[in-house]
Design a protein around this ligand. Structure first.
Ligand SMILES: Nc1ncnc2c1ncn2[C@@H]1O[C@H](COP(=O)(O)OP(=O)(O)OP(=O)(O)O)[C@@H](O)[C@H]1O
Length: 693
């Protein structure tokens, strides 16, 4: 067992997290309230953040007893067909619905708007209506009669949960620390686990439910079963992390363990629910139905309370509530309406009481419960005990978020890859952790919101608490080589089925050309003929850690965009379908330049590197953009970003960039450029031959 590096002062850790989270929330809130205060509803609508000129067209009781308001365009102003105008509101967004302020009213404060409206979640969007489940019993929302609007808000619910959790941790006394908590902060060492479990009597004869598991996956599962306090499953790109977790969950259920499975996003949790459902074990997915994938709704608590036997008694109250809601419209006097509100309030109380009992029955009966990390902090899991908490995508979650379920845990299994990008942080303070507040003490230097639990545990206990998955099922072996050698100790192996796959072997007709028979192509623009351009709003220092504008350090490179277009055109001419091609770049301004490709090649995907994490494509073209005489590479110098960029393709990686500039950025970049020069199909470009748009 390696010696402990350094234990962590728990109260100081919690205070640091609280200060960092506060800085992050403030920067999010400022962004939203600044926009709402200083922008007219019409401009907010144009920016995709609001929908104006609506009326409440109906109201009913939705899942979970929540009041659902349906909003439609006001017929006085609606265009033909009564359709909603163009907007950027999505299902699951947190919004404020309120009386629409006059366009000229100045300085709109969210709290004033809220007095004449309510917060809620968007649960359905149709062409001519949008449905909002309002948060609380808001009579004001029920009586919204005139013209209303809705505007998107920052999601502060997640922060409230994280803060509560960190405050609890801060206040715990040493005697309250469980052995789990002690290990996670380095006050004790993890219980030792034998290095080779494949010959251990307890684990050698595991009956695997999935016959295709590879050795490293089996090893990770044995290790996760055998660990007493914590196990990390390190899943490099394409190595079947989720695949492994599914088997692990099933093995745990077989051992009669009760498991809570969490992830930072709804999609990460739904991904597991979808893959667990065919196994016919009782699973329960907690979470607002508006935010769940349609395919997992049947496992959701809200639906189960309706369909299960335990839910029968809840349903009677629900119909009574619906009848009352409907009768509001027919009332003539204020007094009558008030009486109905009174009845509704009583009924809602009754509903909640019955629902709570029903929920508790359902939760207690479930061996596997799944929720987002912050969803696990809801009332449904209060006082519930689990043998193991599994966290998927743990390297993309804020550590404070992980503690929501972990505070009362006995054991945790975290899956992730700390060599890909950490969660996105907006506030520079939360990224750099300067002295956060005047007079603030008990702050641990060097901890930032980008330091994840996964990172921290690895540096605390070393690799003895982790197992790495080593066979990857995505990339051609040449595409895999550089990231494997540089980041994954040369341990990655390409599975037989993928190691020699090229574009020309796609299961449809693709010509064998110089572009379809090479796994890695490097289009080198060195020579200074393809300079980058700075966007006006960008921070031009390019230094690591410098403040980025709202839309990122905007840099673009017209010539590179033209080269990308030329390459994509050749691929498509050779028969590659546009939907099998993606172009990724770290710079949003470059994405703007590339946008016309979407019209030329419908189906092609364009994305930022950060947004493409977790995704894959047959062919991926990476445009590096940076080309200057100073050798400035800005946030290209982040190894984890480059790792994500170069590990998205299955059969073809095409890098377009200026090796002279890029190689001066960092040791990693310089090795990559050298590697490309020696291993890629290298193409130099003659500036005169390129036509820009
Ligand atoms: N043992 C295996 N045998 C064959 N194919 C496998 C095996 N394990 C995983 N795969 C395949 O590898 C691909 C990636 O698996 P999965 O989606 O579980 O990966 P992931 O690690 O969660 O994804 P990512 O690498 O993006 O994080 C899938 O197509 C899956 O079917």
């Amino acid at each position: 067992m390696p010696p402990l590096t350094r234990s962590v002062d728990i109260p100081a850790f919690a205070s640091t997290q609280l200060a960092l989270l506060d800085a992050e929330l403030q920067s999010e809130l400022q962004e939203t309230s600044g926009l709402i205060a200083n922008t007219s509803p019409t401009s907010l609508q144009r920016a995709g953040l609001a929908i104006t000129n609506l009326v409440v067209s109906s109201q009913r009781t939705g899942l979970g007893g929540r009041t659902v308001l349906e909003l439609s365009p006001d017929s006085a102003t609606a265009g033909a067909g009564g359709e909603l105008p163009e907007h950027g509101v999505r299902t699951g967004d947190i919004v404020l619905v309120s009386e629409q302020p006059a366009g000229s009213a100045k300085k709109r404060e969210i709290k004033d708007l809220e007095k004449k409206g309510a917060r809620g979640v968007v649960i359905k969007i149709k062409k001519d209506a949008v449905a909002i489940a309002v948060d609380e019993d808001k009579e004001d929302a029920l009586s919204l009669s005139g013209r209303v609007w809705l505007v998107k808000l920052a999601d502060d619910v997640t922060y409230r949960r994280m803060n509560l959790t960190m405050e609890k941790l801060q206040k715990m006394t040493e005697s309250e620390y469980s052995s789990f908590v002690r290990v996670l902060f380095g006050l004790s060492s993890p219980s030792p686990v034998p290095r080779d479990l494949s010959t251990d009597p307890e684990y050698e004869k595991i009956e695997w439910l999935d016959p295709t598991l590879n050795e490293s996956q089996k090893d990770a599962i044995r290790f996760a079963l055998a660990s007493r306090e914590v196990a990390l499953i390190h899943g490099p790109p394409g190595t079947g992390k989720t695949h492994t977790l599914i088997e692990l969950i099933l093995q745990m259920v077989k051992r009669d363990l009760r498991v809570l499975v969490c992830g930072p996003s709804n999609i990460s949790v739904d991904n597991i629910v979808e893959r667990l459902s065919p196994h016919k074990i009782p699973i329960l997915r907690l979470g607002h139905p508006a935010r769940l994938l349609p395919s997992v709704i049947d496992h959701s608590l809200d639906v189960l309370t309706q369909t299960s036997e335990a839910g029968l008694i809840v349903r009677d109250v629900r119909s009574e509530m619906d009848a009352k809601q409907a009768s509001i419209k027919k009332t003539k006097s204020g007094r009558e309406r008030k009486a109905i509100y009174g009845d509704l309030k009583e009924l809602r109380k009754e509903y909640r009481e019955r629902e709570r009992r029903c929920v508790s029955t359902l939760v207690k009966g479930s061996k596997v419960v799944l929720a987002t990390l912050h969803g696990a902090g809801g009332y449904q899991l209060k006082n519930e005990e689990f043998d193991v908490i599994i966290i998927d995508e743990a390297s993309q979650a804020l550590e404070a978020q992980c503690w929501v379920p972990l505070l009362t845990a006995k054991k945790a299994v975290c899956a992730g890859d700390h060599l890909q990008l950490p969660p996105t942080i907006k506030s520079t303070n939360s990224k750099t952790n300067p002295k956060l507040k005047e007079g603030e003490n008990n702050i641990i230097k060097g901890v930032t919101l980008e330091t994840t639990l996964f990172d921290r545990l690895l540096s605390l206990h070393g690799s003895s608490i982790k197992r790495m998955l080593t066979t990857q099922y995505r990339m051609h072996e040449v595409i895999m080589r550089f990231p494997s050698d540089q980041l994954y100790e040369s341990k990655l192996i390409a599975a037989e089925a993928v190691k020699h796959r090229l574009l020309r072997d796609l299961p449809y007709d693709v010509e064998d050309t110089e572009d379809t028979n090479e796994p890695v192509i490097f289009i080198d623009t060195q020579g200074g003929d393809f300079p980058e351009k700075n966007e006006e709003d960008a921070d031009n220092t390019g230094k690591k850690g410098s403040v980025r504008s709202l839309y990122g350090e905007s840099k673009s490179n017209e010539m590179e965009a033209a080269l990308v277009r030329r390459h994509v055109t050749k691929l498509v001419r050779a028969g590659v379908k546009p939907e099998d091609i993606a172009v990724v770049t770290p710079y949003n301004a470059q994405l703007g330049l590339l946008a016309p490709l979407k019209d030329a090649f419908p189906g092609i995907e364009l994305g930022s590197v950060d947004g493409f994490q977790g995704r894959e494509k047959e062919a991926v073209v990476v445009s590096l953009v940076r080309s200057n005489t100073e050798g400035e590479v800005g946030f290209l110098s982040e190894k984890r970003r480059l790792n994500v960029a170069m590990t998205r393709p299955k059969r073809s990686l095409v890098v377009v960039g200026d090796s002279e500039t890029v190689k001066r950025g960092s040791k990693f970049l310089s090795s990559w450029m050298d590697w490309l020069e020696n291993n890629a199909d290298l193409r130099y470009v003659d500036a005169a031959s390129i036509e820009t748009a």
